[in-house]
Design a binder for this molecule. Structure first.
Ligand SMILES: C[S@@+](CC[C@H](N)C(=O)[O-])C[C@H]1O[C@@H](n2cnc3c(N)ncnc32)[C@H](O)[C@@H]1O
Length: 246
């Protein structure tokens, strides 16, 4: 309920920020200058496999699922999750917002390739019939050994989880995209994010919360805007997400 109220207030009062954006190609170049060589990673068979499996799954469940396919991470954000995980070789990844688990599947595939690391995902699933069947459906059984899934709002779960984990290498925000919720999540994660650690956040154009991260003087702050060439479902669409290196 609190989330719906937040969304309603956001649609009445939130103003879209006018962020300067970069293309996917330029974002990769910027990432490369901070974290290391990207080109070989984009050609990895594991990345191609998780993309194909996800595309096939989303096509299969189209029409029968209780969520909205629009919730699935777009192909560029999903790929960015994979690339950053391969570059950082993180011990600890935390994400908020699971739904089908597309971003989770890309992170977990990269961790498997790295041979280390754990993903902690926090999600308050929607009140829909049969949600459990679709919840995290994109994550293959073989990848679940590295996955801890917590049910609840990020406002309730994240503070305790972060205290337990102490530090985080990568944080992925894809839960409730309201100013209040995004600001709260970023505020909770930032002190726990290691130097050189990364935040990826979907739909940052909806409010000014991502802009607040820039005031913390990160090593890199980018808003990526581009069109997907090979979407994971549906037609190619414009994509916006944020990328920060601490
Ligand atoms: C955009 S979807 C996540 C998509 C997912 N990252 C993927 O790639 O498939 C957003 C998810 O966040 C959940 N959610 C909404 N409000 C939340 C909150 N306050 N805390 C945690 N999760 C929330 C929604 O129920 C939904 O499952």
């Amino acid at each position: 309920m609190a989330g719906y109220v937040d969304l309603g207030l956001g649609s009445l009062f939130a103003r879209s920020p006018a962020y300067e954006t970069v293309s996917w190609e330029n974002a990769l170049r910027d990432l490369e200058s901070r974290l290391g060589r990207v080109a070989g990673i984009l050609e990895e068979p594991a990345l191609k496999e998780v993309e194909e499996n996800t595309r096939r799954l989303l096509e299969e469940i189209r029409g029968v699922d209780p969520f909205s396919l629009r919730w699935a991470a777009d192909s560029l954000l999903a790929r960015c999750c994979y690339v950053v995980c391969r570059l950082l070789e993180p011990d600890v990844v935390v994400e908020t917002g699971v739904a089908y688990g597309v971003s989770s599947a890309f992170v977990l595939t990269a961790l498997e390739e790295n041979g280390g690391g754990v993903l902690h995902s926090v999600d308050l699933p929607p009140l829909r019939r049969r949600y459990e069947w679709f919840w995290g459906i994109a994550v293959d059984e073989a990848l679940r050994g590295r996955w801890n899934l917590y049910r609840g709002s990020s406002a309730r779960v994240l503070p305790g989880l972060l205290e337990e984990l102490e530090t985080v290498n990568l944080f992925v925000h894809d839960s409730l995209h309201t100013y209040r919720n995004m600001l709260r999540e970023f505020g909770a994660v930032w002190p726990r994010l290691r130097a050189g650690g990364v935040i990826l956040a979907d739909d940052v154009e909806r409010n000014g919360a991502f802009g607040e991260l820039r005031r913390k003087d990160p090593a890199l702050w980018r808003v990526v805007w581009d069109r997907e060439e090979q979407p994971l479902h549906g037609r190619a669409a414009p994509v916006t997400f944020g990328l920060v290196v601490k």
